[in-house]
Ligand binder design. Structure first.
Ligand code: ZN
Length: 355
C-alpha cells in the first residue's frame, strides 16, 4: 500500500488538514489521526496540474485534496487502472517530451503562417462579398484622400477620354479614379473591390496612353488576383495570431487602423508583382499590342522615381518592389522580337489651377 501525503480541505472547517491518502481498486482513503474516510473514485475529479503545482482532487460536498507529489499520485492511479488520461501532465513533467511538443507546436505554427494563412487569405479574398470590399475601398480611399492624395487637376474631359480609351481597348471596366499623388508622385494603385487609382503625375509622365494602358492592366491584374484583400486579410490574421499567442492587442488595432499603409508600403510578395506584370503583358499581346508598352512604362516609372528618390516613401516603395530592371528584362526575354509600343496621345486639357 502506497501512502501519499496530502492537504485536505473539508466542508466543516476552514482549516488545512495534513492527511495521507491511498487507493484500492475503486476507493480513495483519507487517513487523519487514525480516522479513515473513504470516497468512491468515481466521485473524485482529478485535475491535471500545471507545471510543478500540486494536483487538485475535487471531492463530493465541495471538499478537496491537494497532492504535492503528483507523480506518485498519477502512478497510483495508473496502477489501479484509472481511466483518466494525464497526457498533458506527462508532457509537462517530461523534459524531452516537453521539448518535442514545443518543437512540434512551433513547426505547426510555421507551416500555418507560411501556407495556412496565405491559403486562408486567398479563400477569404476570393469569396468576400462585394458589399464588404466596397466598404473597405471607401474606407481606404477616404483615408488616402485625407492624408495623401488631393483632388485631380485633370479636367473631367481628359479623365473621361482616358477611361474611354482603356475600356474600349481592353474591354474591361474598372472604377478608374484620378487623384493628385503629391508625395506618391507618379503611381497607380488597385484597391480591393474594383477600383484603380491613377495619379495625375503618372498621366503626365507617361505621355503615351499605351504606357498608361499597360499600367492600368497591371493594376487590373491585381484586382483579378484580389491581391490587396489577400494582403489585408493575411496581415490582419498575423496580428490576430499574435494577439492569441502573446496578447498583443495594439498590434492588431494598428494593423486594422492602417489598412492604407498595407497598400502604400507595398510589402507584398514579389510573386504578386510578377504575376500582375505577366497579366498585363499577356493582355497586351492578346489585344495585338506590343508588350514593350509594359517594359517602356516600367522605364518611365523608374526614371520618374529616380528623380524623387529623396522622398522616403518612394525609397520604401521601390525597395519593397521587385527590381524594375529585372521585371523589364523578364518581359523582353519573353517577347524578344516584339515591336516598340505604338504612341497614342490625347489632348490633355487641364484646369488653369494645375501646377
Ligand atoms: Zn503592382
Amino acid at each position: 500500500m502506497t501512502l501519499i501525503e496530502a492537504k485536505y480541505y473539508n466542508s466543516v472547517d476552514s482549516k488545512t488538514h495534513l492527511v495521507q491518502i491511498h487507493f484500492d481498486q475503486d476507493k480513495l482513503y483519507i487517513l487523519e489521526n487514525e480516522k479513515t474516510k473513504s470516497v468512491s473514485i468515481n466521485h473524485c475529479k482529478f485535475e491535471t496540474p500545471i507545471a510543478s503545482n500540486p494536483m487538485i482532487v475535487e471531492l463530493p460536498n465541495n471538499e478537496r485534496l491537494e497532492v504535492k507529489n503528483s507523480t506518485l499520485l498519477v502512478e497510483e492511479l495508473k496502477r489501479i487502472g484509472h481511466k483518466k488520461s494525464f497526457a498533458s501532465y506527462h508532457i509537462e513533467t517530461n523534459t524531452k517530451l516537453f521539448a518535442v511538443s514545443v518543437l512540434v507546436t512551433i513547426s505547426l505554427l510555421v507551416v500555418f503562417i507560411k501556407f495556412g494563412i496565405p491559403k486562408m487569405s486567398g479563400t477569404i479574398a476570393m469569396h468576400a462579398p462585394s458589399s464588404w470590399t466596397e466598404k473597405l475601398d471607401d474606407h481606404i480611399l477616404s483615408d488616402l484622400d485625407k492624408h495623401v492624395f488631393s483632388e485631380s487637376k485633370l479636367s473631367d474631359e481628359t479623365q473621361n477620354q482616358i477611361r474611354h480609351y482603356f475600356f474600349k481597348q481592353s474591354n474591361t471596366e474598372a472604377n478608374l479614379l484620378f487623384r493628385k499623388g503629391n508625395q506618391l508622385k507618379a503611381n497607380a494603385f488597385a484597391l480591393s473591390n474594383n477600383t484603380i487609382v491613377i495619379t495625375d503625375e503618372l498621366v503626365h509622365s507617361a505621355k503615351n496612353l499605351n504606357h498608361l494602358l499597360a499600367i492600368y492592366l497591371h493594376e487590373y491584374g491585381h484586382l483579378q488576383q484580389k491581391y490587396v484583400l489577400k494582403t489585408i486579410v493575411s496581415s490582419s490574421s498575423l496580428a490576430l495570431l499574435s494577439l492569441m499567442l502573446v496578447g498583443d492587442l495594439p498590434g492588431l488595432s494598428e494593423s486594422l487602423a492602417n489598412l492604407n499603409f498595407v497598400l502604400l508600403s507595398r510589402s507584398y510578395s514579389r510573386g504578386y508583382e510578377t504575376s500582375a506584370d505577366d497579366y498585363s503583358v499577356n493582355f497586351l499581346n492578346a489585344l495585338d499590342k506590343s508588350t514593350r508598352c509594359m517594359s517602356e512604362a516600367l522605364l518611365v516609372f523608374k526614371s520618374v522615381h529616380k528623380e524623387t528618390s529623396e522622398n522616403n516613401m518612394i525609397i520604401e516603395y521601390l525597395a519593397t518592389h521587385p527590381n524594375i530592371d529585372l521585371r523589364i528584362a523578364k518581359i523582353v526575354k519573353s517577347y524578344p522580337l516584339d515591336k516598340s509600343c505604338q504612341v497614342a496621345t490625347l489632348p490633355m486639357t487641364e484646369d488653369s489651377t494645375s501646377n
